[in-house]
Design a protein around this ligand. Sequence first.
Ligand code: FES
Ligand code: FES
Length: 205
Amino acid sequence: MKVRLRLTVNGEARDILVVSHKTLLEVLREDLALTGTKHGCELGECGTCTVLVDGAPVLSCLALPAELEGRSIATVEGMADGAHLHPLQQAFAELGAAQCGYCTPGVLLTAQALLAECPSPTRDEIREALAGNLCRCTGYTKILDAVELAALRMGAGTGAGVVSTGAGVAGTGAGVAGTGAGVAGTGAGVAGTGAGVATARVPAP
Ligand code: FES
Ligand code: FES
């Protein structure tokens, strides 16, 4: 059975017909073509599928989209401001905080929620916030470094970062903000997909 849903994703109203049993993860990827949000365990254990709902990290593999009408859903595709990377994306790119990149979208969004609540987190606070995002590549140190760098820049008002338009940082190929394997992309990059560091995340109500 299909149901009609009106969702707000990355600030845009979306009116779609979807199979009623689909999770938010499936709807984002299969019905809205927002493939930056990645499939992982689909059991609520890896954090790879993390999106933000009203600014808070939510595991999209456990969330039912029908319950999210009227809420604000944010995915990694919404982090960059046009060609300008989010400071977190920029810091991840500069410090090499994404290895295969599969965990990166979930990590970025979790870190974004952390910095919105706590602009100058300690190392331990960052580690705790990211505790639910597993990274298969175990690149945690650089991830922590990148979040610290972004926090520093955002605090200093210099954040929004570098921007490029080619196949690099903001490109469409394998670059940081691309749609392939890049930081803000929809593939496996910094803003791509993944398994990651960790947060106390809550399934959507
Ligand atoms: S895919 Fe959702 S927590 Fe692993
Ligand atoms: S960078 Fe490969 S899973 Fe995290």
